[in-house]
Unconditional design. Structure first.
Length: 123
């Protein structure tokens, strides 16, 4: 009986999807810029984070070119949202002068989870 239980446990472990992963990023979003996460992902992703900066950020979703505001996150506040397959998470810095700082954790399919800024970054 113990061997049978071990085989079932081993099969259960092997059947856990390996496409999902957890990632972390400490973002610095330049003034008037937007950080984009996902959009081409093959699975839904959960994004949660905390505004660790001094200015508010706006969390939005983009699907098919249409943007929808999820939340305005003031300094020190947290956010969490589940983004569907193909939906892009946007972290927008509305400030014209201050760099936004956001600590973000996410899950998703690593082969198709892109990360980029909307504006070209200065080197």
């Amino acid at each position: 009986m113990q061997r049978f239980t071990r085989k079932i446990l081993a099969l259960a472990i092997l059947s856990v999807p390996t496409a999902a992963f957890a990632g972390h990023s400490d973002l610095q979003v330049p003034p008037a810029d937007t950080f984009l996460l996902g959009g081409d992902q093959a699975a839904a992703m959960m994004v949660n984070g905390r505004n660790v900066g001094q200015s508010a950020v706006v969390i939005l979703s983009r699907t098919g070119g249409k943007e929808s505001e999820i939340a305005t996150v003031v300094p020190g506040a947290k956010f969490e949202h589940r983004f569907a397959i193909g939906e892009t998470a946007l972290i927008r810095n509305p400030s014209a002068t201050a760099t936004a700082r956001v600590s973000v954790d996410f899950t998703g399919a690593p082969s198709s989870l892109s990360m980029r800024y909307a504006l070209p970054q200065k080197k």
